[in-house]
Write a protein that binds this ligand. Structure first.
Ligand SMILES: Cc1cc2nc3c(=O)[nH]c(=O)nc-3n(C[C@H](O)[C@H](O)[C@H](O)COP(=O)(O)OP(=O)(O)OC[C@H]3O[C@@H](n4cnc5c(N)ncnc54)[C@H](O)[C@@H]3O)c2cc1C
Length: 486
């Protein structure tokens, strides 16, 4: 008889794990508490507008390709992908913006305009970033974080110093222009920590950004989830939505059964892609590996205040992705990590997928997604959401010189309380646990429980870390670990 595996959650990590396990011959059932799959990458449609609820930056296309190739498929079997040009825009003030071109040579020209020898310095910086990217993909991110030794290779040994220095320092040493500095510090924010707390080695994110480029799947990020669902279905994964896992029952250090919507079901093995902290709370206390104090001390990636907005007109001058870095970057970072509080003057990000994918808004309209990164676990009230909506609408209007506020015909907000309620997210984090030096690889929460023999974890709180590509990889790693021990 085939071994029965339950997979909890339907985000990228859970779907990935389910596909690999089903391919290897396990009988896989996947349980998602919400009424649709995708986890943080869910999508909703309202009044003719389509909104991806979470991820929007499609970086590291090679990782997506590798996932689908593992099942004899390619991304283009499921969605059309195109490189955005420009990749994104950064606003530093009224009439002061940089457009990020789609080739390193063109980007180097922009660096030259802002700083003497800027282009040459950029190319040097990116050459090292590429070297790190290649090492990361080949020697680091596809490792299960079981032992520190798995990270030691002749190549990585030469890079130890790159884990002891930080990106903030490197960029400040190399570049003088404050705009260029902010631009280069932006990609590591995806790793969830401040650039000054992110090891230099992680400048591979700059290569992912400027070297490999920003891509967009037609139909939005949810098209990737639908592609993975197709693969899962073709392999016989049984997907259940509206099924909340209420309890993980153990006996003699083994999972015996799950309580699913009030019903007890037996499984041989469990993989949870739900937030790691939440999954542990489903166990009796003696089976939990990490204390509340452990979680509390960890650096979590930010939460976010999000607005999904429908406009009754086209918004002028915007790109698909737009960063508003017209205020103090360091101050906002401190308000996330050092002295957690609602930011006085928030940086924010806006995307308009209808710019490149007209089907995501009614004719003549535009859909907008606005994101303000904030510290996890801040007080979340309707008044605060309204206040920040006013702030960013006003700033947007001032900087871009156009009225948009009066053109809002649909608006939905999403913040800390929703992350907790919808995803059982620890402190309402948006994208997991940060990748700082002390939270890298084998120092992250483990893929396999140390206390419960047949319980495994995947997703953005374990290895390799936050973001869609790492979540895809995490599902593969946990499946491989489980198969090895079967
Ligand atoms: C606003 C936002 C913007 C982002 N932007 C980007 C981006 O541009 N690019 C990028 O690469 N990444 C981005 N990310 C990060 C990326 O979305 C995540 O890292 C990734 O989707 C996490 O996948 P996961 O499988 O680990 O977790 P999730 O997607 O959170 O999946 C976990 C699932 O478990 C389910 N669950 C929880 N508890 C239970 C239970 N008891 N029973 C059953 N099911 C349960 C949840 O409902 C959820 O569906 C963003 C995230 C957010 C929130």
């Amino acid at each position: 008889m085939r071994e029965k595996v339950a997979v909890i959650g339907s985000g990228f990590s859970s779907l990935s794990a389910a596909c690999y396990l089903a391919k290897d011959g396990f009988d896989v059932e996947l349980f998602e508490k919400n009424n649709e799959i995708g986890g943080r990458a869910r999508q909703f449609k309202e009044q003719g507008f389509t909104f991806d609820m979470g991820p929007s930056w499609y970086w590291m296309p090679d990782v997506f390709e590798r996932f689908f190739n593992d099942f004899g498929k390619k991304p283009s079997d499921f969605y059309e992908l195109r490189r955005l040009s420009p990749g994104y825009s950064i606003y530093f003030g009224k009439g002061d913006k940089i457009e990020v071109a789609d080739s390193i040579d063109k980007i180097a020209d922009v660096f030259d305009e802002h700083e003497k020898n800027g282009g040459e310095k950029l190319k040097k910086f990116l050459a090292e970033a590429k070297e790190h990217y290649d090492i990361a993909i080949k020697d680091l991110v596809y490792k299960p974080g079981v032992s520190p030794l798995e990270l030691v290779t002749p190549v990585t040994a030469k890079k130890v110093n790159k884990f002891l220095s930080n990106i903030d320092k490197d960029i400040n040493n190399m570049f003088r222009d404050e705009r260029l500095r902010m631009w280069l510090k932006f990609p590591v924010l995806f790793l969830g920590a401040k650039p000054s707390d992110t090891p230099s080695f992680y400048n591979f994110m700059n290569y992912a950004d400027l070297g490999l480029g920003t891509w967009q799947p037609k139909g939005g990020f949810f098209a990737v989830i639908k592609g993975m669902e197709s693969v899962a279905n073709s392999l016989g994964v049984n997907i259940h939505t509206n099924t909340n896992i209420e309890k993980i029952n153990c006996q003699n250090n083994e999972v015996d059964s799950l309580v699913v919507n009030g019903e007890t079901k037996k499984f041989d093995k469990i993989v949870s892609g739900a937030d790691y902290h939440h999954t542990e709370t489903l166990l009796d206390r003696k089976y939990r590996q990490y204390s509340e104090a452990y979680w509390d001390k960890k650096t979590f990636a930010p939460s976010s205040l999000l607005f999904y907005v429908g406009f009754d007109k086209k918004i002028d001058g915007m790109e698909h992705h737009n960063l508003f870095f017209d205020v103090d970057f360091q101050k906002h970072a401190d308000e996330i990590y050092k002295n957690p509080k609602w930011p006085d003057e928030p940086l924010f990000y806006a995307n308009f997928t209808s710019k490149t994918d007209p089907e995501t808004a009614p004719e003549g309209c535009e859909n907008g997604f606005f994101l303000v990164p904030i510290a996890p676990d801040l007080t979340d009230t309707q008044e605060l959401r309204d206040k920040y909506f006013d702030i960013i609408m006003l700033r947007f209007e001032e900087i871009t010189g156009q009225k948009i506020r009066d053109h809002v015909i649909f608006k939905k907000s999403y913040c800390v309380n929703d992350f907790k309620a919808d995803y059982n997210s620890y402190k309402g984090n948006a994208y997991g646990m940060a990748n700082t030096l002390m939270q890298t690889a084998f120092l992250r929460p483990k893929l396999k429980s140390k206390k419960v023999e047949n319980l495994y974890f995947t997703g953005q709180l374990t290895v390799p870390g936050p973001g869609v590509p790492p979540s895809l990889i995490s599902g593969k790693l946990v499946a491989e670990l489980l198969m090895k021990r079967s």
